[in-house]
Ligand binder design. Structure first.
Ligand SMILES: Cc1ncc(COP(=O)(O)O)c(C=O)c1O
Length: 401
């Protein structure tokens, strides 16, 4: 094309692949809240998908020591032996798993690990069973690699329960993978060990893969800590994806991992060798310190999250028209706000999130990004005073509808 000034321009033609996906809904919500704050409004931000704690001192010290010791070269693609051993040992101690180094790969965050596992397992035309509500990125990762998501509505009346029987009804000859995420972002639902075992047993029997996203596995308030990784008899059909982001308040450091059969983990490493190579060397040292050091910090953070959870859920439940399932893990409340649909021109939860932001200056994430039109997500990884402020403003907003 030639412009009026005579410059020749060419249309930008991106791949069909990139046009299949959307930007992350949570990141978009964070950006919109930030824009409002920049214009001078006092916005209570409940969007954050990350701990409000600082990274513990001993982890930071390990990184500083690594910098001083010039630990600045490439490492093996899937992480140092030291880090792999720390991942394996931590998981074995906490969940009774038995992984070897060749069954372990460290990546640049849990998101990276998930993207890589999905890339090596899902082909064009494959079906992936995905419980709703789902974490925003699963759907787009599956789409990006050419797969199709088969959505399964979790039973909200039973704490967003997903069972093997519900999954079994959706299995077809094209089903390649089931994605589990317990504790769940956004609902906070925790699958019981019995329900999880049944799903993995079913997948094993049918020759289907399971990815268990366990990024919030240490934020489980049921008293029954559980990882699929302990189910040794089915181990050739599932992968565990973990992350240090939420566990140790290390979101910006970017360190996650995959545990699973050698053939799949080897393929993940092959992909990673042509992509990012190793996670940052210094971060690997910090991660090793996090995993092999005292876990006291983790218990302290978990206790605080539990206190904040009770505070926000009890508060939400006093707002007329708002119903909120008690989340059993992670750090999100996922109230059902469907009673307001139809009032004051509201059609869906995106309208409610929009109204909450622009009229009450409370930033939440609309349910649409998680596959529902009836909920909004609030992160309670924040100070109790912010929660109080958000609750008061929400009460006013809903009362005025
Ligand atoms: C369910 C779930 N899985 C994976 C991730 C990725 O975490 P990270 O890439 O920081 O390890 C997140 C982050 O929000 C998440 O909520």
């Amino acid at each position: 094309m030639t412009t009026a000034t005579g410059t020749v321009t060419h249309p930008i033609q991106l791949t069909e692949r990139i046009n299949r996906i959307e930007p992350s809904a949570t990141m978009a919500a964070v950006a919109e809240a930030e824009k409002l704050r920049q214009s001078g409004f006092d916005v209570v931000d409940m969007t954050a998908g990350e701990p409000h704690f600082m990274t513990p001192e001993h982890i930071k010290e390990a990184a500083i020591a690594a910098v001083r010791a010039n630990f600045s070269r490439y490492t093996p693609v899937g992480g140092t032996t030291e880090l792999k051993d720390a991942i394996i040992q931590r998981h074995a101690t906490d969940f009774g798993s038995h992984y070897k180094r060749e069954e372990t790969c460290a990546s640049v965050g849990g998101k990276h690990a998930l993207f890589n596992v999905i890339s090596v397992l899902v082909d064009h035309g494959d079906e992936v069973i995905l419980p709703v509500p789902y974490w925003v990125s699963f759907k787009d990762m599956v789409r990006y690699v050419g797969g199709t998501c088969v959505l399964l509505k979790a039973d909200e009346t039973q704490g967003f329960r997903v069972t093997a029987q519900m999954i079994e009804r959706l299995i077809t000859p094209k089903t390649k993978l089931i994605i589990l995420n317990s504790p769940s972002n956004p609902s906070g639902a925790v699958m019981s060990p019995a329900d999880m075992t049944e799903v993995v047993r079913l997948a094993h029997e049918r020759g289907i893969w399971v990815i268990s996203d366990e990024c919030y596995v240490y934020l489980n308030y049921t008293g029954h800590d559980f990882s699929v990784g302990s189910l040794n008899e089915y181990r050739d059909r599932f992968l565990v994806v973990g992350s240090l982001s939420k566990t140790y308040a290390m979101t910006g450091w970017r360190l996650g991992y995959t545990l699973g059969p050698t053939a799949v983990v080897g393929a993940v490493q092959k992909l990673q060798s042509q992509q990012t190579s190793n996670p940052t060397s210094i971060v690997q040292k910090a991660g090793t310190a996090a995993l092999s050091g005292s876990q006291q910090c983790l218990w302290e953070m978990k206790e605080e999250y539990r206190r904040l959870r009770d505070h926000i859920v009890n508060g939400l439940r006093t707002i007329p028209g708002v119903a909120c399932t008690m989340p059993q893990g992670a750090f999100y409340a996922f109230p059902n706000v469907s009673t307001f649909i139809g009032k004051s021109g509201i059609k869906c939860s995106a309208d409610i999130a929009h109204g909450l932001l622009h009229k009450a200056h409370v930033a939440t994430v609309a349910g649409e990004g998680f596959g529902t039109t009836e909920h909004v997500r609030l992160s309670y990884a924040t100070a109790a005073e912010n929660i109080d402020k958000a609750l008061e403003r929400m009460r006013g907003y809903f009362a005025a509808l």
